[in-house]
Design a protein around this ligand. Sequence first.
Ligand code: MG
Length: 203
Amino acid sequence: MKIICIGRNYADHAKELNNPVPTEPVFFFKPDTSILPKKQPFYIPSFTNDLHHELEVVIKICKLGKNISEKYAHTYYEEIGLGIDFTARDIQQQCKEKGLPWEKAKAFDYSAPLGERFIHKSNLDLTNISFKLLKNNELAQEGNTKDLIFNFDKIISYISQFVTLKIGDLIFTGTPAGVAKVNIGDVLEGFIGEEKLLELKIK
Ligand code: MG
């Protein structure tokens, strides 16, 4: 399986990092080694001094597809969850300045923890999913899929022009504003609505 992440998909987040709001989806990959086994803590890697959380709604692909039209894109996913796109912001900044790819900052081991479980899409209004991240019991990030620049179906259609989507692939759909540094001892909790799907201890 592969993990595809969308960058700059909420205007308020693009602005907080002084990035332009994109006119077509920006995507990058994380390898399967970026999945953190369930119930394990996350250890801040030694190569960064500025590791940021990015809470994102995650789509799980349920059907093989290539060149998927926007009209049928909804038939390629059934389950929706949460994940954190951990980002070594200091390393990413260096990559950006040199015009280099971001993988070193984004695709390292365990950089994509997932929530405990996924929710079937029939239980959600996909155009109005509110989600939030609490850090040490305080609100850190809050978003709603109504603010997506490119919605789920647009993302799937766009990516599949370039890359075949396979069963089990995950798409991280972008983070809202509020990205910030995590520190040893922090506890992160991710919610869709009032339902807690993700809990992670930082070590
Ligand atoms: Mg992200």
